[in-house]
Design a protein around this ligand. Sequence first.
Ligand code: KG4
Ligand code: ZN
Length: 358
Amino acid sequence: MTVGPSPFRVLAIETSCDETAAAVVDDGCTVISSVVSSQVDLHARYGGVVPELASRAHVELIVPIVTEALEAAGLDRRGRPLTAGAAVPEGPAVRAVAATIGPGLVGSLLVGTSVAKSLAMAWGVPFVGVNHLEGHLYACLLEKPDLELPVVVLLVSGGHTMLIEMEGPGSYRVLGRTRDDATGEAFDKVARYLDLGYPGGPAIDRVAGEGDPRAVSFPRAWLDGSLDFSFSGLKTAVVNHVRAHPDVSTPDVAASFQEAVVDVLVSKAFRAAEDVGARGVCLAGGVAANSLLRARAQRAGKDAGLPVYLPSRAMCTDNAAMIGAAGYFSLMRHGPSGWGTGVDAGMGFEAAADRLAG
Ligand code: KG4
Ligand code: ZN
């Protein structure tokens, strides 16, 4: 028997890149189910995501993945509770469907958005389009709903690198961003150059463990006085160093590169937190799974007497639970997205602009 007001249940879909994901989230903060199918093996032999293959895989996977997420939440294919007796959680029917509408690969975004709209229309519930970057910010809140705000979120993914002050759901201020490559992109490109395979971030993370981070002193782009980042010079420095020293140890290069990246990320995140008087620092995005980044952020937090929140690795990388959380709060504040809402491959964080503070 359900006691108290019934939660607002959202089905969320994420297909912006190479993960097909669906989740059921209650009241924007309780994950009832979350299913992620990674296409990493499909793209590995090409050394990166092949957009057309990604879209085709989403078409094949989306219905099975959505069905799995619904079933794990005790729901049938109409988004309604399964009949009693099933060994599944009890709960209400789905009341809205959310999907990532950008940024990402256009063909991939179209799959999730079209399926989400169709389900919303068939079930007679609202559709809500979600900015993928805004979704990443909810990793922290989903796993620690009592987080003291405001926090500075270091969002480091394959496509973006940003420092964002988050005062609460829907209230954000961009403090810094990359001027060229995203952090994950730098990891992926350096890994490809070092023949470490794809995806590059986890490969460098692994190999760096066997290397000496002080072996090569790579440059750090501090961009004095700014909270922006730049990684393209570091990437070029790695290439130049390896060309000049063909016998250099790959683990040493990987470790020294990772050290340079993490050094700048952590310093700037804590400077940002001090500047705005934040109550904590959160990591988000795929690169937040990096072991050195997690360890250094924790140490810096201890030194600064500031809480640091590290989402689980599964919550750092792309998933639909974060889209469900962002979708719920967007729906509560701004209402449903129109049925004519399209996808936007290059959608900036400012597309959540009506929600940007200051
Ligand atoms: O957030 P995400 O899953 O997808 C985007 O929205 O981009 O991030 C993917 C990025 C890739 O560049 C991947 O190499 C990087 O996150 N990544 C890592 C690690 N795990 C994933 N980078 C460094 N260390 C890791 N352990
Ligand atoms: Zn992402």
